[in-house]
Ligand binder design. Sequence first.
Ligand code: UTP
Length: 219
Amino acid sequence: MRVAIALGGSLLDLDRTEYIAELGCLLRAVSRDLDLYLVTGGGRTARAYIRAGRSLGAPEEVLDRLGIAATRLNALLVKATLDDQRPVSLSIEEAAASPPPVVMGGTVPGHSTDAVAAMLARAVGARRLVIATDVDGIYTADPKRDARARRYQSISIRELRSMCPDEWRAAGTSSVVDGIACRIIEEERLPSAVVSGKNLQDLENAIYGREFNGTTIEV
Ligand code: UTP
């Protein structure tokens, strides 16, 4: 069974390599049962480069390319935990043709790594897409800013799409789930989950399709 994972770059804190090592243990164990296709985000490194590029007046496409480079750095780091010395796949086609476990970063300007993970899921016919972030699901409002925000246990893809802009806005921006990823989830009727990657037990449960703390996207 094939499973695609979007791993938010915010989870890969370079000062907390013990977490990255534990994540690697989980991924190694899971990949004995499942074919894993994992896409890493760019996190703080991406945002720092995008901010610097923007202040230098670089065009949006260049800013996206800076972000992509950061996502690929993170992919290399996660690959190190899997003892995988293959280069990072640069395109969906290349990744889909590689034997799993596959770890890659971004591809081309104009979307986030959530979209890349949804595209990869579509290309390999994944059974589900797990979006692992630093928040434990989808909320009615930003839980970091609004104390009254309530977590959805499940949300229809239609409602989620109404919360996420369809178009790509600017390098380094993020919506709850990338609008392009949402479109693919809806078109492919791809069962999807949003879970906190900080809690490795929940992440494992979501990967296996068991009950987990987080939000199920109903397709
Ligand atoms: P992400 O937005 O996917 O990384 O990529 P992130 O910071 O980990 O996202 P969160 O933590 O899940 O929110 C960083 C930036 O790289 C560019 C975009 O500008 C994006 O904002 N990018 C990434 C692309 O242009 N194309 C890609 O395929 C991937």
